[in-house]
Design a protein around this ligand. Structure first.
Ligand code: SF4
Length: 362
């Protein structure tokens, strides 16, 4: 039993697992990660270089900033241009290109856009600025939604009447099944570790049952990822697709019941738009009617420009595992982390950013 973090980076253990994967894998397999943390860790630790040629790793729609559509950015910009609004957001979102501008550029023009580390910072800003409408841009999957739910409840408990949430929170299972239904060739999912700490594993049950694909919840260290790939390979070789947890030190099958209850109290499912995947039924979260007076979209009218997509950026195909960053002709040339053309180059959890940072070139 491994106890210390160094052991999860043990080179000899990693190489032993790599040999075992090579020994038991008899045909091509394609495993997809759907977690930005995994995207980054796989590139950082050079996991693809340790695998036999018949095992291919794909990046899926796991980076929250990357899957958030341009319309969301354009709407946030429209909010920011109102004199009575303060936008609060996590740092990555500031640099994501909208149709004709970014939040960063709008901040440069004097609009009040502030980076925060949590929604609690946004509540404080609202408390300190009673004459302004303070909007928090809520993005992310099941991992970050509980903190947004807690923030909404806190806003009410604090008696704030100038705090609003603009939600693009999403849930992962509809995207995972949409990829399969679209015919993307995948043999198994490296299931998200952080999301699963909240959701538990039952959200993945359909994947082996309906689609006969493997599904292993993984940690983020090299030994975690290699063990996960070995577990998926074994499942496929033995024709035994199922949901397993490799990341047992953090994930239990039932997840975090308290956090889920809070999310269910505050949010309800809605259809939502994903970059690359389009509109997916019940894949987003909106505030329930009891909280809808805090919904920025409903409470604060704005005119939003018509969404325009860049020609040349292939983020959508990368997020579906159909292409890799190296296939993009802009990668590392017109598009770099300092001057990103697409969302996948902005966030350090984006596939293009991770490739650029750890591989250096296409
Ligand atoms: S390298 Fe840049 S332009 Fe190309 S797909 Fe990635 S983010 Fe888009």
């Amino acid at each position: 039993m491994i106890k210390y973090i160094d052991e999860y980076r043990d080179k000899n253990l990693v190489l032993r697992i790599a040999n075992e994967i090579r020994r038991i894998s008899s045909r091509p397999f394609r495993f997809m990660e759907v977690c930005g943390g995994h995207t980054m860790a796989i590139q950082k630790f050079g996991i693809p270089s340790l695998l036999p040629e018949n095992i291919q790793l794909l990046s899926g729609p796991g980076c929250p900033v990357c899957v958030t559509g341009r319309k969301f950015i354009d709407t946030a910009i429209a909010f920011a241009r109102r004199e009575d609004v303060i936008i609060t957001t996590y740092g990555d979102l500031i640099r994501v290109p909208g149709s004709t501008s970014t939040l960063d550029a709008e901040r440069g023009k004097g609009h009040d856009i502030r980076m925060v580390y949590s929604i609690l910072d946004a509540l404080e800003i609202a408390n300190d600025n009673p004459d302004k409408k303070v909007i928090f841009l809520g993005i992310g999957f099941e991992t970050t939604t509980p903190s947004s739910a807690a923030g909404v409840v806190n806003a009410i408990n604090m008696g704030l009447d100038n705090f609003y949430l603009y939600s693009s929170h999403k849930v992962m299972p509809p995207a995972m099944t949409a990829l399969i239904n679209e015919g993307v060739k995948i043999d198994g999912y490296i299931a998200p570790g952080h999301v699963s700490t909240i959701t538990g594993t039952s959200i993945y049950d359909d994947i082996p049952l309906k689609y006969n694909l493997g599904c292993v919840v993984s940690g983020f260290e090299p030994v975690d990822l290699m063990q996960t790939i070995l577990m998926l390979t074994r499942q496929m070789e033995n024709d035994d697709a199922k949901v397993e947890i490799q990341y047992k030190r953090a994930v239990v099958p039932e997840g975090n019941v308290k956090a889920r209850k809070l999310v269910d109290e505050v949010f309800e499912a809605c259809d939502d738009w994903w970059r690359g995947l389009g509109l997916l039924k019940d894949s987003g979260l909106q505030l329930r009617s009891a909280y809808s007076h805090l919904d920025a979209e409903k409470a604060i009218p704005v005119e939003v420009e018509k969404t325009r997509e860049d020609t040349g950026c292939i983020c959508g195909e990368i997020l579906k595992g159909l292409k890799s960053p190296g296939d993009c002709k802009l990668f590392g040339k017109a598009c770099t982390p300092n001057d990103p053309v697409g969302a996948c180059m902005v966030s350090n959890e984006g596939a293009c950013h991770a490739w650029f940072r750890y591989r250096g070139s296409a």
